[in-house]
Every structure is written in structure tokens, then in C-alpha cells.
Design a protein around this ligand. Structure first.
Ligand code: NAD
Ligand code: TYD
Length: 343
């Protein structure tokens, strides 16, 4: 089997490539990534010399380049991770989110139609369902929960989801779709909550918590997400959508305190800053369908996963310090210097 993995130099895509290389070493993996600020070729070093792995520096919006790749390689499966993925950046500049997340997805699916494919899988997010109120812990996102987005990021992902289902219905493209909750683990770019707080805490820098920090996310260890996608692309029926999440809801402030505890840093580093615009309150996934249909269950408890993750950032300082010593500092300055510190 030949599998194209787009966005494989990013956080979840790279973890998925490592998972596939171990679980199905007989399959060939072709990684397509344009290496935006979020893509890092050094992440893929462990597989770069494998005979069953190839890397293509290619933009999913580049129709000619993508068609040529499909013509030459004739893939069996495409798993699309490539995306602009950070909500705060989408608030600053929505356009690139629409271009990559929607147009890029359509280019990939057009290539699938033109050259034929066994399966196109779209990696989506629980953020397409909008948010749930904090005072209704009985409510969860189900696969038939209406799409109701908040940010330019989630709206671009929801638009792509609708397009994927339209290609299935209109052209009979064999698609599947998964919507996962917040991931954490190795190789996550330090703009996202958990690695940002680890990096700042290690440098004794302020830990910028948006608002009161009561917003809730449903955290899943990245390898559990990869396992779910692997099950879907190999076993699910065409046209199916699966929610993926591990019933692990935590308020942001509790995550930040936990990171302080593990790193033996004082809570006085925590700084409550001006809230994110349109900030979603709570995400919570009901994963019953993927459990019943495909037998998926998360394997990593949060207490173990967060310990492993923090240890990974301690053991791999060069990986993230290289990142934060470059353009990231300009980003940090732009995004955080204007945020008012709350009393
Ligand atoms: P990431 O930002 O770490 O990685 C994205 C990768 O895509 C990078 O390697 C980047 O270079 C590449 N890319 C961006 N634009 C591209 C383009 N036009 N052409 C080719 N490559 C391009 O993102 P991530 O956190 O690994 O997320 C991967 C996917 O999973 C995204 O589709 C995201 O919406 C989805 N998702 C993420 C989470 C999460 O918690 N991180 C949760 C649910 C779903
Ligand atoms: P993030 O990792 O950006 O993921 P998402 O917005 O896709 O859920 O943020 C997770 C939560 O942490 C979210 O409620 C926003 C909050 N947050 C902070 O409080 N401070 C920060 O510096 C960042 C990046 C996020």
C-alpha cells in the first residue's frame, strides 16, 4: 500500500508517520509538506533514510505539482493533515487558512478523482462543532452535532469537511473524516498551550493564561489519535465520520498548574492576560461510535501522557529551542506584547 501523508513535517502528521512505519513497515509512505513555519524537516530525521519513505516539498495548493505526484506515484490512500492549525494566527490573518485548509483540500481531492484512489481521509477537528457551555457537563459533541464554528480556523476546517462530504455524494469519492479533540505529545510546535507553557516555565518566563483560564479542552495523547486514524483508513466504510476523544476534560489553568508542579516552578509565573477573541468555552467528544465500530479506545492516561510529554521537551531542548530562537520570537512579541495583563 502506498500512502500519501500531507503535513507530515508537522506535529500530528510526523507522529502518524512514525506510527505507520512501526505498525505497517511494509507500506510505503510519501510525505507531502510545504514546510511552513510549522513544518520541520529535522522532525522526520528518524525515517528519512528508510527505503519505504519519501519526502516531497510540495504545497497542497499547487495543482500541477500535486497532479504530477499522483501521476508518478499512483497512491492508494491519502491522509490529509496539511493545514494552518493555530486559532490565534487565524484571528490575525484568516486568508491563508481559507487557501490552505479549503482550496488545498479541494486540490487533493481533485487529484484523487483524476487518478483514482482507494481512500481519501480528511483529518478534522472537534472545533467544527463550536463550543459547549461550561455549566452543562452532560453535553458532548456527537457526529451529528450541527456544525457551528467560532474562529476563522474552525470555519476553514468545517468548510473543508463539507467539501469532503460533497465530493463523496456528488462524485462518489471514497472518503472518510475524523474530528479529534486537542492533541498533546512530542513535536508539537511551541505556539500551542502545552509546549508553550513548558518552554516558558523552563525559561522562568510568564505563563500567559487567557482570561480566567476556565476554558475546558478534551486532551488526547497524539499516538492515540494516530491509532484511530490508522483504524479508520483501513477498516471504516466510505463516507463515514468519526469523533475521536478520550474523555479527558481539563481547564487550562489546571493544565498550567500541573506543568508548574512537574517542573517545580512557582504558580507566581502564571499571568492572566486578555482573553482570546471569540474564545470557545468547552470542547468534549463522545467517542462511542469509533469504539463500537472499530474497537478504538485511548491507551495513554493523561497523567502518564503529560509526564512523557514534559520529559520529551526536557530531552529534546534543541528541537524546540531552534524553533523559538528564529522567527517565533517575532510571532511571540506580536501576539503577546499587546495583551493586557489582568488583575
Ligand atoms: P501543525 O501546524 O503542527 O502542522 C501542519 C503541517 O502542515 C506543517 O508541517 C506545515 O508545514 C504543513 N502545511 C501547512 N500548509 C501547507 C500547505 N499549503 N501545503 C503542504 N503542507 C502544508 O498541525 P497539527 O497540530 O499537526 O495538525 C494537523 C492536522 O490535524 C490539521 O489538519 C489540524 O486541523 C488537525 N487537528 C489538530 C489538532 C491538534 O490538537 N493539534 C486536533 C484535531 C485536529
Ligand atoms: P491551543 O493550544 O491554541 O488550542 P485550541 O485553541 O485549538 O484549543 O489552546 C488551548 C487552550 O489554551 C485554549 O483555550 C486557549 C488557551 N491558551 C492560553 O490560555 N494561553 C496561550 O498562550 C495559548 C496558546 C492558549
Amino acid at each position: 500500500m502506498k500512502i500519501i501523508v500531507t503535513g507530515g513535517a508537522g506535529f500530528i502528521g510526523s507522529n502518524f508517520i512514525f506510527y505507520e512505519r512501526k505498525k505497517h513497515p511494509e507500506d510505503e509512505i510519501l510525505c507531502v509538506d510545504s514546510l511552513t513555519y510549522a513544518g520541520n524537516l529535522s522532525t522526520l530525521e528518524p525515517v528519512m533514510n528508510d527505503s519505504e519513505f519519501k519526502f516531497f516539498k510540495l504545497d497542497i495548493r499547487d495543482r500541477d505539482g500535486i497532479y504530477k505526484l499522483f501521476e508518478n506515484e499512483k497512491p492508494d490512500i491519502v491522509v490529509n493533515f496539511a493545514a494552518e492549525s493555530h486559532v490565534d494566527r487565524s484571528i490575525e490573518n484568516p486568508t491563508i487558512f481559507l487557501e490552505t485548509n479549503i482550496i488545498g483540500t479541494s486540490v487533493l481531492m481533485d487529484a484523487c478523482r483524476k487518478y483514482g484512489i482507494k481512500r481519501y481521509h480528511q483529518v478534522s477537528t472537534d472545533e467544527v462543532y463550536g463550543d459547549l457551555p461550561l455549566d452543562r457537563p452532560d453535553l458532548f459533541f456527537h457526529e451529528d452535532t450541527p456544525i457551528h464554528t467560532s474562529s476563522p480556523y474552525s470555519t476553514s476546517k468545517a468548510s473543508a469537511d463539507l467539501l469532503v462530504m460533497a465530493y463523496h455524494r456528488t462524485y462518489g469519492l471514497p472518503v472518510t473524516l475524523s474530528r479529534c479533540s486537542n492533541n498533546y505529545g512530542p513535536y508539537q510546535f511551541p505556539e500551542k498551550l502545552i509546549p508553550l507553557m513548558i518552554a516558558n516555565a523552563l525559561a522562568d518566563k510568564p505563563l500567559p493564561v487567557y482570561g480566567e483560564g476556565k476554558n475546558v479542552r478534551d486532551w488526547l495523547y497524539v499516538e492515540d489519535h494516530c491509532k484511530a486514524i490508522d483504524l479508520i483508513i483501513r477498516n471504516a466504510k466510505d463516507g463515514e465520520t468519526y469523533n475521536i476523544g478520550g474523555h479527558n476534560e481539563m481547564a487550562n489553568i489546571d493544565i498550567v498548574k500541573l506543568i508548574c508542579d512537574y517542573l517545580d516552578k512557582p504558580y507566581s509565573l502564571i499571568e492572566h492576560v486578555e482573553d482570546r477573541k471569540g474564545h470557545d468555552q468547552r470542547y468534549a467528544i463522545d467517542p462511542t461510535k469509533i469504539h463500537n465500530d472499530l474497537g478504538w479506545l485511548p491507551e495513554t492516561a493523561f497523567a502518564d501522557g503529560i509526564k512523557k510529554t514534559i520529559q520529551w521537551y526536557l530531552d529534546n531542548k534543541k528541537w524546540w529551542q531552534d524553533i523559538i530562537s528564529g522567527d517565533y520570537m517575532n510571532y511571540y512579541e506580536k501576539m503577546y506584547s499587546h495583551r493586557k495583563v489582568l488583575d
